[in-house]
Design a protein around this ligand. Structure first.
Ligand SMILES: Cc1ncc(COP(=O)(O)O)c(C=O)c1O
Length: 392
């Protein structure tokens, strides 16, 4: 009996599961693998956030189903509104324009299931986070690739999308600061995009879990800062990357009340919400964690400089993006992305992600994540240097 549903058969294997398998295999062969492939902060969650969880977990009131399960506790939604107000000058109604998510990844699925019909087109950026494409396919929709090219600063040239595609497109997924390129979008770009999308009645979703990881000299930006965006747009954000909380599974959707309402309607049928104690710890993070964001940013900045220096010494010029803890680095000729990353793993025990893992427009690049301790990063750079020096 073939137990696999047709909808799963068309899905590519999930990238990070494949990477984890590669790491395990190399480790089983006795290799001291250093993985620079996964964007999972290495520093712990700040202690006061953990302590808030501990206290909340001891309170029996939090042992029952989460409060307001499909949209999250009001205190959490109010904290999101305060956070967006303080950090972005954005006004949100916590009753209707905010919901809690078990992380952005869950939100991507809920958004698609709540808004997309089979046969619709979902516009996705390429290279891009793989969950956009897989969820579009799960919903029976078509994912249309909008290339992110270096010559355009890794921003999509959305005005070039053919009108016949736009007519079938129901939603456009963006992600700035961008994984994997590190590019940031500015208010001018978002303003043009919102006008374009409104004219064509295309929903906009800015997936923004890296919003706080923007390096000095650049401004943090939210899609929600554009006037009138709430007619068609939402932003997803997450405590995962800003507060070193990837394992906690807590994030938020904010923006259009109609989209939030649709997502809640889907949500109430498939989940029972986020553990109250985690939401309360999230409130603590959003209210008191600003200094930790700056502390982490200084760490990533230092590591980023270390990598840029090392690659410059190897003769590889990296044009670093303005945000995220990723560097999007050109692969030395004549190797393809996959050939180079395979070579690094086999020769040096270093795992980085081939650009093509994020789509065909990622060919020619690899992604390096700065989420490893400085001493391991230094070791990794030394091993990469030796491999490149040896040549192929
Ligand atoms: C672009 C992008 N969106 C979403 C996520 C998932 O975030 P969360 O931990 O909030 O589910 C990631 C994680 O790497 C990401 O890079």
């Amino acid at each position: 009996m073939d137990i696999l549903a047709e909808r799963l058969k068309n899905l590519p294997a999930y990238l990070f599961m494949q990477l984890r398998d590669k790491i395990r295999k190399a480790q089983a062969d006795g290799v001291d693998v250093i993985s620079l492939a996964i964007g999972d902060p290495d520093e712990p969650t700040p202690a006061y956030i953990v302590e808030t969880l501990r206290e909340a977990a001891l309170d029996p009131a939090n042992h029952q189903y989460p409060t307001d399960e499909h949209k999250g506790m009001l205190v959490f939604r109010e904290a999101v509104a305060r956070w967006y107000g303080r950090r972005y000058g954005v006004t949100l109604d916590p009753e209707t324009e905010v919901m809690a998510l078990s992380g952005v990844k869950e939100g991507i699925h809920h958004f698609i299931m709540a808004t997309i019909n089979p046969g619709d087109i979902v516009l996705i950026t390429n290279p891009g986070y793989p969950a956009y494409r897989s969820n579009a396919l799960i919903a029976g929709a078509e994912a249309y690739d909008v290339p992110l090219l270096e010559k355009n600063g890794f921003l999509p040239a959305f005005e070039d999308i053919p009108e016949r595609v736009c007519r079938k497109a129901k939603a456009f997924f963006l992600n700035y600061p961008n994984n994997p390129t590190g590019a940031c979008a500015d208010n001018k770009f978002f303003t043009r995009l919102v006008a374009w999308a409104k004219e064509r009645q295309i929903l906009l979703l800015n997936d923004n879990p890296y919003s706080e990881i923007v390096f000095p000299g650049n401004r943090r930006q939210s899609l929600l800062q554009v006037p009138g965006v709430k007619d068609i747009g939402v932003e997803f954000n997450s405590l995962s990357k800003a507060y070193n909380m990837t394992g906690w599974r807590i994030g938020m959707a904010a923006g259009s009340d109609k989209i939030i309402q649709a997502m809640c309607r889907f949500n109430e049928n498939v989940t029972s919400g986020v553990f109250n104690a985690i939401q309360l710890a999230g409130v603590k993070a959003m209210d008191e964690g600003d200094p930790d964001i700056e502390r982490m940013l200084a760490i990533y900045h230092r590591r980023r400089e270390m990598v840029l220096r090392a690659f410059a010494e190897m003769g590889i010029i990296v044009k670093a993006g303005d945000g995220t803890f990723y560097l999007w680095i050109p692969v030395p000729a004549p190797l393809s992305s996959l050939e180079f990353t395979t070579k690094l793993l086999e020769d040096a025990g270093i795992l980085v992600t081939p650009g093509t893992a994020y789509g065909r427009y990622g060919e020619g690049y690899f992604r390096l994540s700065l989420t490893v301790p400085d001493d391991r990063l230094e070791q990794a750079l030394e091993r990469i240097r030796r491999t490149i020096k040896r040549g192929w």
